[in-house]
Design a protein around this ligand. Structure first.
Ligand code: 6PG
Length: 236
């Protein structure tokens, strides 16, 4: 049966990060007219990818002046906090290459201000919505993506592109992009390696209407690609 979403299956998480880095290099080198606008994901999965991009074999080839980084979500903490997505990306990549990056000031609840930055910096499509060239997303075992968690208000946002979202299951607030913004992305990569993601991945691939926030990420006319490894791709 054809999966609900296109997938690429790598041997393991390390091979996935390497393959994604190679594809990123190509995108960065072919961004016309540029810059390549990229929304980074938080969590632990993309850290390996960011670390690879910071290695000279990539960092010295990528035209960083033609790349501009944003974030898909952020915890409501300062940038030096251990839980900060910005801190993770800064330590792994942003501090090592000459690239422009826009931090989400989630600790100050500046969602409207961040949306304004996106509208100013990201190419506006024919429907008046900014179209990221690439959005990186992860998946939680509960099927959340960015900070679009099951049962939270941000899932119902149809106008704003960036909101603060109360996440009672974590007893916290987060800043997150919303479905209206994701729907217009030119490319979305869902990075989902690992055995612990297998169940939610397989349910989403088997059923495009699976009851998980990540299953509702369906860019149109953009394209989505789920990056799996052998463990998460396994259909038990
Ligand atoms: C975050 C991320 C979140 C993440 C998933 C998966 O702020 O935590 O944006 O959506 O991608 O929780 O996290 P792992 O990569 O750590 O499994």
């Amino acid at each position: 049966m054809k999966p609900a979403f296109p997938t690429i299956v790598c041997k393991d998480a390390a091979a996935l990060a390497e393959a994604a880095a190679e594809k990123f290099l190509y995108l960065a080198g072919n961004a016309v007219p540029g810059p390549l606008t990229v929304a980074l994901s938080g969590g632990s999965t993309p850290k390996k990818l960011y670390e690879i991009l910071a290695q000279p074999r990539y960092a010295e080839k990528i035209p960083w002046e033609r790349v501009e980084f944003f974030f898909g979500d952020e915890r409501a903490v300062p940038p030096d906090h251990k839980d900060s997505n910005y801190r993770m990306a800064h330590e792994a990549l942003l501090s090592k290459v000459p690239v422009k990056a826009h931090r989400m000031e989630a600790e100050l609840s500046k969602a409207a201000e961040y949306e304004k930055v996106i509208r100013e910096r990201v190419h506006i499509g024919s429907k008046g919505i900014p179209r990221f060239d690439l959005v990186l997303l992860g998946i939680g075992t509960d099927g959340h993506t960015a900070s679009l968690f099951p049962g939270t208000a941000a899932l119902n946002e149809r106008e704003k592109l960036v909101v603060m979202n109360e996440v009672p299951q974590l007893n916290t607030r987060r800043m997150t992009v919303t479905y209206p913004l994701l729907a217009w992305a030119k490319k979305i990569w869902v990075l989902a390696p690992g055995a612990e993601k297998r169940k939610v991945v397989q349910e989403c691939l088997a059923n495009p209407a699976a009851p998980y926030p990540v299953a509702s990420v369906k860019p149109e006319p953009g394209e989505i690609l789920w990056w799996l490894d052998k463990e998460s791709a396994e259909r038990k």
